[in-house]
Ligand binder design. Structure first.
Ligand code: DC
Length: 233
């Protein structure tokens, strides 16, 4: 990338399984930006809340627990490495148990407030690609590029099913139903629901390759960064 191009922030939102994290990681790599997986942060809080035996709707208790967590996201070989209070939890936050509980934790006001603050701080220096549900609408409303990435529930279930490997422990049909339920919880919650920002560009990744989608976002990002650099001259 042109050294003189301005650094921008890129927000990628969308439902579960739309390909956000893979695409966001590729875009960050191509632009030399930092990738931030905000879902991993909610998953980390969920893991710790389950371990502590907390009720998934106890806002005060889970908020207090979240406040005491040190969540660090590091670039890893196979995606983002997630370290909580010094322990690598990268694989433990990707289980069916976490999938089933995370939407409840993500509804809690005190948790959302803390995560959003942390995410904003991470993006202060610009040059981040952040994926989640409310990045373009709440966390980074001034992001220079906002993308809403989606795909049909069937296609998203097929992708998640493949990720679960040889012993998925669930049928594709069940997974599709669980994904639809998670969409519903994410879209209908009161605080920062999953929503396309009015100024976000929509990409439907059904039937498109991850490479195509990532390349499209990189091109948009470069064009915006160039325009800003020209205006700043
Ligand atoms: O992207 P993911 O599947 O890892 O996200 C896990 C959950 O966290 C998902 O149910 C929605 C929630 N989430 C959220 O509410 N806001 C974000 N910015 C990111 C994730």
């Amino acid at each position: 990338m042109n050294q003189k191009a301005a650094r921008i922030n890129i927000a990628i939102d969308g439902p579960a399984g739309a390909g956000k994290s893979t695409v966001a990681r590729m875009v960050a790599r191509d632009l030399g930006y930092i990738y931030i997986d905000t879902g991993a942060m909610y998953r980390s809080v969920t893991l710790k809340a389950l371990e502590a035996g907390l009720s998934m709707d106890d806002d005060a208790a889970v908020g207090k627990l979240a406040n005491a967590l040190d969540i660090v996201l590091l670039p890893g070989k196979d995606g983002q490495q997630v370290v909580v209070n010094g322990t690598d939890v990268s694989s433990r936050i990707r289980t069916l148990d976490i999938n089933r509980n995370v939407s409840y934790i993500a509804r809690l006001e005190s948790v959302r407030k803390q995560m959003a603050e942390l995410q904003r701080r991470m993006a202060l220096a610009k040059g981040v690609v952040m994926d989640g549900r409310d990045i373009g609408t709440h966390v980074l409303p001034d992001a220079e590029l906002k993308v809403f990435l989606t795909a049909t529930p069937r296609e998203r279930a097929i992708r998640r099913f493949k990720e679960l490997g040889d012993e998925p422990g669930i049928t594709l049909e069940q997974l599709e139903r669980e994904i639809a339920e998670r969409d519903r919880l994410d879209q209908e919650r009161d605080i920062a629901p999953l929503l396309q920002a009015p100024d976000a560009r929509l990409i439907d990744s059904t039937g498109r390759t991850i490479d195509e989608v990532a390349e499209q976002i990189v091109q948009w990002g470069l064009a915006i960064a160039r325009t800003i650099s020209t205006e700043e001259k």
